[in-house]
Each structure stands twice: as structure tokens, then as C-alpha cells.
Design a protein around this ligand. Structure first.
Ligand SMILES: Nc1nc2c(ncn2[C@@H]2O[C@H](COP(=O)(O)OP(=O)(O)O)[C@@H](O)[C@H]2O)c(=O)[nH]1
Ligand SMILES: [Mg+2]
Length: 198
């Protein structure tokens, strides 16, 4: 079993990617559990059909990296015990730091410290986000195993190059993938990196 988290700002496309990855892995015969920490956002309910191999849980009463860290641990333990998934995917709020979630997973003692962190960056808003919250974004990227730049369907080639240079400057060696979670381009690359970790 592996625990995969999706870091990234509100609106960067975490839920959209989560549903795509979950469905893909589910169709490939993996048992997938999804934990979403939405606080007044659009959840996965209805979008993810619970089937034999897929389970989704929403934690909505606070942030899983602070007030709800105990609930996250209990949820992880319960899922591991009762559902025995191949992969647990976690979508924290946009302000969570990957290192904090990793620590919570590690101390939940589910016998599993293999985590995989995807950091999602919104290509469309990248310039603005780096200007306004560069330090925070840098910290989100630092704790990640892959950096995924989303919404490439909305940006020009020059914008893509801009984001690429910026990411490479901050994080020179982390694998970097460009995708559109909406139309599906690049998803196969994310899946193969994830499958390598499974
Ligand atoms: N054009 C485009 N829109 C996207 C893409 N991925 C997500 N979105 C849209 O961006 C918005 C926020 O996506 P969501 O998955 O809820 O982001 P979250 O807040 O990070 O979970 C929604 O309206 C999505 O439909 C993409 O690749 N391209
Ligand atoms: Mg979301």
C-alpha cells in the first residue's frame, strides 16, 4: 500500500486530477481509497462512484494537517484495516504542507511509510501565484516527489516555458510533468510515475 497526497493551491485542479487518477487506477484493478479534506468546496461526492474497488471519504470539519490530524490518523487506520487498499489518495486543503501530512501518515502507524507526493501547479495562474505566494509554493514543491503543472490547455507555449524555468530554478531535479486534468493530456505520465512507486 502507498499513500499518495496531492498538494496544490485551491483551484489548481486537485479534485479533478484525483478523480482521473482514482478512476484510472480503479479500472486497472487497483483498490483505491480517497480522502478529501474540503472545507466548503466542491467535493468528490457524486463524481466518484463507489464501487467494490473504490472508496471515498470526506473530512470537512477542519484542516487535516492541524485540527483534524487525529481524524486523519483514525481514518487512515480504519481504511487500512477494513478496506485494505493498494493506494490511499489524500487531497488536503490548498494550504497544507506536504511534509506535515507525511508526518501524520508516518505516525499513524499503519505499517506504511511509503508516501508519494504530487505537487500541482496551475499553469494559468502561475505568474500571479509565484508573485504573491512564492515562498509558500516553494515549500509545497520542496516536499514533493513530482511536480505536475496543470491546465496546459489554457496557456501558450511561452507561458509553459516560463513555468518550467521557474520550477526548474526552485526544484532542479524533481520530475516535472505538464498535464491537463480536464482533457487528459499527460495523465499517463503521472500514472506511470505513480505505478513505479506502487
Ligand atoms: N481548463 C482546465 N480547467 C481545469 C483543469 N483542471 C481543473 N480545471 C478546473 O479548475 C477548477 C478547479 O478544479 P478543482 O479540481 O476543483 O481544483 P482543487 O481546488 O485544487 O481541487 C474547476 O473548475 C476545474 O474544472 C484543466 O486541466 N484545464
Ligand atoms: Mg478540491
Amino acid at each position: 500500500m502507498i499513500v499518495c497526497q496531492l498538494a496544490g493551491f485551491l483551484g489548481s485542479g486537485k479534485t479533478t486530477l484525483l478523480i482521473r487518477l482514482g478512476t484510472f487506477l480503479g479500472n486497472a484493478g487497483r483498490r483505491v481509497a480517497i480522502i478529501v479534506n474540503e472545507i466548503g468546496e466542491i467535493g468528490v461526492d457524486g463524481a466518484v462512484i463507489e464501487s467494490d474497488g473504490m472508496k471515498s471519504i470526506e473530512l470537512t470539519e477542519g484542516c487535516i494537517c492541524c485540527t483534524l490530524s487525529g481524524s486523519l490518523q483514525n481514518t487512515l487506520r480504519q481504511i487500512a484495516r477494513e478496506f485494505a487498499p493498494d493506494i490511499i489518495m489524500i487531497e488536503p486543503t490548498g494550504l497544507a504542507l506536504p511534509t506535515k501530512i507525511k508526518q501524520i501518515v508516518r505516525t499513524s502507524m499503519i505499517g506504511e511509510d511509503r508516501t508519494f507526493t504530487i505537487c500541482l501547479i496551475d499553469a494559468f495562474r502561475a505568474r500571479k501565484l509565484f508573485d504573491e505566494a512564492g515562498t509558500f509554493l516553494t515549500r509545497q514543491m520542496e516536499g514533493s516527489d513530482i511536480i505536475v503543472v496543470n491546465k496546459v490547455d489554457l496557456v501558450s507555449h511561452d507561458d509553459k516555458e516560463y513555468v518550467k524555468n521557474l520550477v526548474r530554478y526552485i526544484s532542479p531535479s524533481t520530475p516535472l510533468v505538464f498535464i491537463s486534468a480536464r482533457d487528459g493530456q499527460g495523465i499517463d505520465e503521472v500514472v506511470s510515475l505513480l505505478e513505479e512507486a506502487l
